[in-house]
Every structure is written in C-alpha cells, then in structure tokens.
Design a protein around this ligand. Structure first.
Ligand code: NAI
Length: 248
C-alpha cells in the first residue's frame, strides 16, 4: 500500500462495479478513504466488503445521483461523519444507444439525466464544502465518444461532450479557491460489457487503436489518481484521453 491519498476522503459515484470499482481499489490502495455511491444497497455493501477484505478503508451509500434531495442528504451525512471531501469522481454513467431517427425521447433524457445532470447535482452539493475548505479535486468521467462523436450514440456523445464543457466551466468558477476540475475520457476499456464481444470484433476495434489493444479499468484509474494527486496541483480544466491513441 502506498500513501498518495493518505487521510483523503474520496467520493466516487457508480463505484459498485466496473471502472468505478477499479477507481475505489486504486484510491484505497493509496491510503484514501473511499466512499462509494451507487444505485443498489446490496451492490454497494458487496463492493465495500470486497474493499475492506483487501485492507482498504471504505464506506458506501445507495444513491440515485439524479435525485438531488437524496444526494444532498448523503453528502451532508458524509460531511457529518468525515468532516471534509477531498476528491469527487463523477463516474456513474449509462448508455441507451439508438440511431437518431429511432431514438426515443426517454432514451435521450435518461442518458443526459444520469451522465450530465447527475454530475452537475453531485458537483453542486460537494463543491459547497470544497469552497469552504478552499481545496478539492473533482474528476468527471467523460469518454472519447464525447470528443469524436459516434453514430448510434448521439445522446451519450452529447452527455459526455457536455461533461467536458461542464469541467471547464467549473474549473473557471472554482479555481480561485484552489479547487481543480478535470475530466478523463476513456476509449475502449475492458469491462464486463466488453468481455462478451466476439474476438474478431475486438480485433477490429484494436486495429484502429495505435497501441493495438483495449485499455483496462486500472489504466483509467491511474489517470484519475494522477489528476487527484499533488503532482497535478497546477492542472485544471483539462481532459486526459486514456484511449491508446484512438483520438489525436
Ligand atoms: P458500468 O455500467 O460497469 O458501471 C456504471 C455504474 O454506475 C454501475 O455500478 C451503475 O449501477 C452506476 N449507476 C448508473 N446509474 C446510476 C445512477 N443514476 N446513480 C448512481 N449510480 C448509477 O460502466 P463502466 O464501464 O464501469 O463505466 C463507468 C464510466 O466510464 C461511465 O461514465 C462510462 O460512460 C465511462 N466510460 C466507459 C467506457 C468503457 O469502455 N467501459 C469507455 C468510456 C467511458
């Protein structure tokens, strides 16, 4: 165990599985207290249990990040328990892919609500305390799709592009209080979702990637760790692409 996040309180949304869980592992390994926010109590409890089994400090709450009142209650509870929040990672995200002509308004609204409005709500509730602390790091999980666009993912691309613009605006608004706001834009990452893809499909995707392979959740977590660390104390408003060179 290292100590780059020693004594830091780190809130991560959507951390019961996938990239978010990997973030919790990496920040936990670095000595941070990780607090998981995700939809279902059982999944949250399970993730917290797994992290504690590894010797990391962890806590968690069942929260739908689109419900601003619940988010407010939970963030207040976290402040009551831990007195501060040093890092917020807005990681929770969903997809509801469809071509524009077939896309239902509900599909559009659901993706924008979770990916973009959810990040706004969490940022608003947490930044209130970070502004008082005069310190903090906020990291938004965007996507290379938010930079490149993608057929069949207009809602997702718009949400992630919006997240990059939100990142820059927050960086400008909070900068004078030494709160840094950055984004990470992963490319094609190996998660449960992608492990079931046929080998020839994966090989085809890999061909378009200069590093010729998919990334891992830990690759994404390492970029977030850097952005949250002291080594990045003069970096704000930026988006780091973790995509093996797919977009350049
Ligand atoms: P995932 O689907 O495995 O995990 C997402 C987590 O967010 C789940 O635990 C889910 O329960 C939670 N969540 C969803 N809606 C929520 C809500 N309203 N409130 C609270 N929690 C909620 O996804 P994955 O692959 O780990 O992705 C994490 C983030 O990384 C997402 O924002 C995604 O858009 C982004 N990303 C993922 C890529 C990939 O290749 N897997 C590539 C680029 C970006």
């Amino acid at each position: 165990m290292s100590d780059r996040m020693k004594d830091k309180i780190i809130v991560i949304t959507g951390a019961a599985r996938g990239i978010g869980y990997s973030l919790a592992e990496v920040f936990g390994r670095e000595g941070g207290k990780v607090i998981i926010l995700d939809l279902f109590q059982e999944a949250v409890d399970n993730a917290v249990y797994q992290l504690k089994q590894k010797g990391y400090s962890a806590d968690g709450y069942a929260v739908n990040i689109t419900d601003s009142q619940v988010v407010e209650t939970v963030i207040t509870q976290i402040i009551t328990n831990y007195e501060r929040i040093d890092v917020l990672i807005n990681n929770a995200g969903i997809t509801k892919d469809n071509l524009i002509l077939r896309m239902k308004e509900e599909e559009w609204d659901a993706v924008i609500n979770v990916n973009l409005k959810g990040a706004f709500i969490c940022t608003q509730k947490v930044s209130r305390y970070m502004l008082k602390q005069k310190s903090g790091s906020i990291i938004n999980m965007a996507s290379v799709i938010g930079v490149m666009g993608n057929a069949g993912q207009a809602n997702y691309a718009a949400s992630k592009g919006g997240l990059i613009a939100l990142t820059k605006s927050c960086a400008k608004e909070f900068g004078s209080r030494q709160i840094r706001v950055n984004a990470v834009a992963p490319g094609f990452i190996q998660t449960e979702m992608t492990t079931h893809l046929p080998a020839d499909v994966v090989a085809k995707y890999a061909e378009a990637i200069p590093l010729n392979k998919m990334g891992t959740p830990e690759d994404v977590a390492n970029a977030c760790l850097f952005l949250a660390s002291k080594e990045a104390e003069y970096i704000t408003g930026q988006t780091i692409l973790v995509d093996g060179g797919l977009f350049m």
